[in-house]
Design a protein around this ligand. Structure first.
Ligand SMILES: [Mg+2]
Length: 376
C-alpha cells in the first residue's frame, strides 16, 4: 500500500466531568477539557486524536482547536497518512508551539494508518517491549481525608505508586500528608511529590531537604520552569532524584537539560513533545545521558492515554511507571467504548489495530461543547 489519503477532518472541544477538584502548585483543575480530532481516510477508517491542554502549562483548548481546524487542516486533508513525518514537519512550519494540537494530529494519523494496515500504534512506533506498565495515582485533593480513602481503595486494587501534589498550600500540610501515608503504608508504597513549579527558588533547597527522610521516588518540578540554574542547583544539592516536567517539552530542551545535568529524570508527555515520535527522541537523549524517564500525562481522556500507553510500551527503559489514571480513577466518564485498561495496579497495553480501543461516538457527542465549522 502506497497511499492512505485523508479525505476529511473534524475538530471539537469536549468537557468531561471529574470526581473532585485537584489542586496544584500552579492552580486548580475541575474538568477535563480536551480537543478531539477525527480524521477520515479513503481506506474507510477513522483515526482519532486528542489535544489536552492546560492553560497554565501547555496552552488552551481554543488555541489547539484553531491550530488544527484552521492552520493544520490544509496540510492534512488530501495528504498521504503514510508520510506522517512529512505532515508533522509541515505542522511545525505553519504553527509555532501548540504541541498538544500536533500530538492530536500525530495520534490520529497513527490510529488511521494502524487500523488500515491491521497494526497497533505500538507496532508502528517500533514494537512493544513490555505488555504492562505500573500506574501511579495522583493525590491532589485539598481535602486530604478524601484522598486517604481513595489511596486505601486503590491500594486494595493493586496500585502501589502515589504522587502527591505539593506546594499548593503550605510546607506543614505537605509534611503532614507524607507522614500520614508513610505511617499507614510504610515502605509498601512508592511515594513521589510534584510541586508544579510551586516553590520559590530562593528557599527551595532548604524546603526539599525536609523531604529527604520520606525516601521519595522523585521530586517533580519544584521551581519555575525557566529558572534552569535553580533546578540544576537543587538536583545537585538533594539526594532524592529530581524530575523535570514543565522545564522539558521537546528534544532541544532535553538536550540542554542533559548537558547541564538539570535533573535526574524527565517526564515524557505526548502533549508536551507534540507526539510520540518526539517523545521517543527525548527518551533517546535521556538514555544516552543516563537520565531516567517517566510516563506522564495531562488532564486527558482515555483517548490520549492510549497514545501514552503505546509510547511507554515501546520505550527502551521505563523504570518509574506511568500516570495514565484519569478515566479510571479521576474522571466521571470517558469517551471510549471500553474502559481504559488498568488492572492490578498496571496499565495493560491494548493489542488491537490503531490505538486499540474505539471512540464511543455517543459519549463523544454527549460531552462535546463545541464543534468547529470547517473554514470556508
Ligand atoms: Mg508534573
Amino acid at each position: 500500500m502506497r497511499h492512505i489519503t485523508i479525505t476529511d477532518m473534524r475538530v471539537r472541544i469536549v468537557n468531561v466531568p471529574v470526581k473532585a477538584t485537584h489542586s496544584h502548585g500552579s492552580g486548580d483543575v475541575s474538568a477535563i477539557r480536551s480537543v478531539v480530532l477525527e480524521l477520515v481516510a479513503d481506506s474507510g477508517h477513522t483515526g482519532w486524536g486528542e489535544a489536552s491542554p492546560w492553560p497554565v502549562f501547555t496552552g488552551t483548548a481554543e488555541a489547539s482547536a484553531a491550530a488544527l481546524n484552521t492552520h493544520l487542516r490544509p496540510h492534512v486533508v488530501g495528504a498521504n497518512a503514510l508520510r506522517r513525518e512529512q505532515i508533522m514537519a509541515a505542522a511545525d512550519r505553519v504553527v509555532v508551539r501548540c504541541s498538544e494540537a500536533k500530538a492530536a494530529l500525530e495520534m490520529a494519523l497513527l490510529d488511521v494508518v494502524g487500523k488500515t494496515l491491521g497494526l497497533s500504534v505500538g507496532q508502528l512506533i517500533g514494537g512493544r517491549r513490555r505488555n504492562s506498565v505500573p500506574v501511579s495515582f495522583t493525590v491532589a485533593n485539598p481535602v486530604f481525608e478524601e484522598d486517604m480513602e481513595i489511596i486505601a481503595h486503590l491500594y486494595g486494587s493493586g496500585v502501589r505508586i502515589f504522587k502527591l501534589k505539593t506546594g499548593f498550600r503550605d510546607h506543614r500540610f505537605d509534611i503532614m500528608r507524607l507522614e500520614k501515608i508513610r505511617e499507614t503504608y510504610d515502605e509498601g508504597v512508592d511515594l513521589r511529590i510534584d510541586y508544579n513549579q510551586g516553590l520559590k527558588a530562593v528557599d527551595a533547597i532548604r524546603t526539599l531537604r525536609d523531604m529527604e527522610p520520606f525516601r521519595l521516588g522523585f521530586i517533580e518540578q519544584p521551581t519555575p520552569r525557566d529558572n534552569l540554574e535553580a533546578l540544576a542547583a537543587i538536583s545537585a544539592a538533594i539526594d532524592t532524584p529530581v524530575m523535570a516536567d514543565e522545564s522539558v517539552f521537546n528534544p532541544r530542551e532535553a538536550l540542554v537539560a542533559a548537558q547541564m545535568r538539570l535533573t535526574d529524570i524527565f517526564s515524557l508527555k505526548v502533549m508536551k513533545s507534540g507526539g510520540i515520535a518526539r517523545a521517543q527522541e527525548i527518551a533517546a537523549i535521556a538514555g544516552a545521558a543516563g537520565i531516567g524517564v517517566y510516563g506522564g500525562c495531562m488532564f486527558e481522556t482515555g483517548l490520549a492515554h492510549l497514545a501514552g500507553a503505546h509510547l511507554v510500551s515501546a520505550l527502551p527503559e521505563i523504570d518509574l511507571g506511568c500516570e495514565f489514571y484519569m478515566p479510571t480513577y479521576y474522571a466521571k466518564d470517558d469517551i471510549l467504548t471500553e474502559p481504559f485498561p488498568i488492572r492490578n495496579g498496571a496499565v495493560h497495553i491494548p493489542e488491537d489495530p490503531g490505538l486499540g480501543i474505539e471512540v464511543d461516538t455517543d459519549k463523544l457527542d454527549q460531552y462535546t461543547v463545541e464543534t468547529l465549522a470547517a473554514p470556508a
